[in-house]
Design a binder for this molecule. Structure first.
Ligand SMILES: Nc1ncnc2c1ncn2[C@@H]1O[C@H](COP(=O)(O)OP(=O)(O)OP(=O)(O)O)[C@@H](O)[C@H]1O
Length: 572
């Protein structure tokens, strides 16, 4: 029940030591409070006047206990806040370092809940577990020893009940834990499902499927509700069992002491002392059990976050690449890649040089994007098969390579920020005149004129919405502004645009591609004539490569593919 991972946290041993001292003090104050109160009452019973000194010591013990509670709260608040903030940082660093591969594997919704609610629950968990476990380990021991001195028979009765309660707690704890784990898994599924539906809301609406999908969300939520109720049922049952056994054992002791008092075998002072101490003896375990259920979500979130942090890193190569020059070479030898639950892509063998424009063409699903992702270093190939600028590498996940890339996918990301910040994304130091020139070159003057605050207008999610063409133009403007990055990777950048926008963009893009190594995945034929070299993909394999004229003369798969594509576009 006590998580050893907690003790791997920074500063865990120091806070444990401090809390242990505090719990021992707490135990002495509990005993002092009980004994002084019993003594005052006994003296009153015997007909003496109120002993103000004893009453004062009772009040001091009582105030001391409240003071220690307050101190414990402050320490734990500070510690849990610090630790969970570090955990959140580590989690976010991991997500940012690993990138899309990790997000795809875990699901966006699940990662969001982990980083937001999950971390908050971990905070609660750390706070409760550290305080309750230590109290449970210290207070009952001291209280029991004191009760032994007061009346050993009563102490033994209470001792016998203790393992019984612990046993019940363990059994019910395991049952609750299994249910809480299922509940947490459901919560993550629910988050992923919800984010998915929000993303796909257009598609669902267009096809009139939103109501049917709403039912699927309802089903997942209902499942989550049922799992939550089943956790609560076990929690209630265990609280009932605990209360029942502790009350029963205190009642047995009370009856025993009552008979003892009547027949004179027990004195009033020890009897009162035992009766005041007995609830204190059970209180820590009852508190622990009550809070145990409240902390299960935090415990599960803590485990998932730890598992995620321990996941092996994507392979990266630390190679000192220089800015891409006209005589630099990139060679892939029998490069291949296999998706965990998908097809094998490759082998791909190719050598590209300097400022060539490389077209990657193939039918849908032929492996163009996968090859682009391998070249960009987002995916890691299976073996050591790459030579770049004379260095051997087993992945293109090279920080110095990423610093040279301009990546323009089908749907570039527009951040929720101003137009200025979005355009100066790679080059935050760009001047207003440079940004305006970039806007002019990519044909965004009209948009700029329309925006109420010009360059300082917020765009992106929840702000001013842009068309697909405008988004691509912003991506191009970013590329235009950055004169340092010499490698351009395009993944079907114009595939979803209408032909007029595409032609306009093409005219603006071609000059930008000069003096760059360009890797351009497309299934639009008109781009291929502008490419210096073409890679033809089919079912994950590189089946042909060469210049447009070579491939046409060869009259092989490329010609067949272009005929099919022409047929498709004619049909459209
Ligand atoms: N994350 C993934 N997990 C498993 N299989 C995948 C994954 N991504 C792609 N695939 C599969 O790998 C193959 C190649 O996909 P890829 O996206 O590279 O093709 P593409 O040529 O870019 O297609 P399109 O032109 O439609 O974008 C496809 O069969 C696809 O289903």
């Amino acid at each position: 029940m006590i998580d050893r991972h907690l003790f791997e946290l920074a500063g865990a041993n120091a806070i444990t030591r401090r809390l242990a001292v505090l719990e021992v003090l707490q135990a002495f104050l509990i005993i002092g409070q009980a004994l002084s109160l019993s003594a005052v009452l006994t003296k009153l019973w015997q007909g003496h006047a109120i002993d103000w000194l004893l009453l004062l010591s009772f009040a001091l013990c009582f105030a001391g206990r409240q003071g220690l509670d307050w101190l414990r709260g402050i320490w734990l608040d500070k510690y849990s806040g610090q630790v969970t903030e570090e955990l959140r940082q580590k989690l976010l660093t991991k997500v940012f370092n690993e990138g899309q591969a990790l997000v795809q594997k875990q699901g966006t919704g699940s990662l969001i809940t982990m980083a937001l609610d999950g971390i908050d629950e971990v905070r609660n968990y750390i706070k409760l577990v550290f305080s309750k476990v230590l109290t449970m380990m210290a207070v009952p021991v001291f209280v029991f020893v004191c009760m032994l001195f007061l009346n050993w028979q009563s102490a033994l009765i209470l001792l016998v009940m203790y393992p019984l309660i612990v046993l019940f707690m363990i059994i019910l704890g395991y049952a609750a834990q299994a249910r809480a784990e299922a509940q947490f898994g459901n919560f993550q599924r629910l988050s992923n499902n919800f984010i998915d539906s929000l993303r796909g809301i257009d598609t669902l609406k267009y096809f009139g499927l939103s109501k049917r999908y709403a039912k699927s969300i309802f089903k997942t939520s209902e499942n989550f509700r049922k799992k939550t109720m089943s956790v609560l049922k076990v929690a209630m049952l265990s609280t009932f069992a605990l209360d029942f056994f502790t009350t029963l054992s205190i009642a047995i002791v009370a009856v025993y002491l009552g008979f003892g008092l009547m027949n004179g075998t027990v004195q009033l002072f020890p009897a009162l002392g035992i009766l005041i101490l007995a609830p204190e003896y059970f209180l820590p375990i009852r508190n622990f059990a009550n809070d145990f259920h409240a902390t299960l979500n935090g415990k599960n979130a803590f485990h998932r976050i730890n598992d995620l942090l321990k996941m092996p890193k994507e392979k990266a190569a630390e190679i000192d690449l220089t800015s891409w020059q006209a005589d630099d070479e990139l060679e892939l030898k029998d490069l291949n890649f296999e998706y965990a639950d998908g097809p094998e892509i490759g082998p791909v063998s190719v050598k590209v040089k300097g400022y060539q424009k490389i077209g990657i063409v193939g039918m849908s699903g032929s492996g163009k994007s996968t090859l682009i992702n391998l070249l960009a270093g987002f995916l890691t190939p299976n073996a050591e098969q790459i030579r770049v600028q004379g260095h051997t590498a087993d992945t293109m996940n090279i920080p110095a390579w990423h610093k040279q890339l301009i990546y323009i996918p089908q749907h570039p990301y527009v951040f929720t920020a101003t137009l200025r910040e979005n355009i100066a994304f790679y080059t935050p130091e760009a001047s207003e005149a440079e940004i305006k020139e970039a806007i002019h070159v990519v044909g965004l003057d009209d948009l700029l004129a329309e925006l109420p605050k010009g360059l300082d207008t917020m765009i992106g999610q929840g702000k001013r919405v842009l068309s697909g063409g405008q988004v691509q133009r912003i991506a191009l403007a970013r590329a235009f502004l950055d004169q340092e990055r010499r490698v351009m990777i395009f993944d079907e950048p114009t595939a979803h645009l209408d032909i007029e926008t595409e032609i306009d963009l093409k005219e603006r893009m071609l000059p930008l591609m000069e003096k760059h190594l360009v890797l351009f995945a497309t299934h639009r034929l008109h781009w291929l004539r502008q490419m210096d070299y073409i890679l033809v993909m089919d079912h994950g394999k590189l089946v042909e490569q060469g210049t447009f004229d070579d491939l046409t003369k060869k009259n092989g798969y490329f010609v067949k593919l272009t005929q099919e594509m022409r047929g498709e576009s004619d049909a459209r």
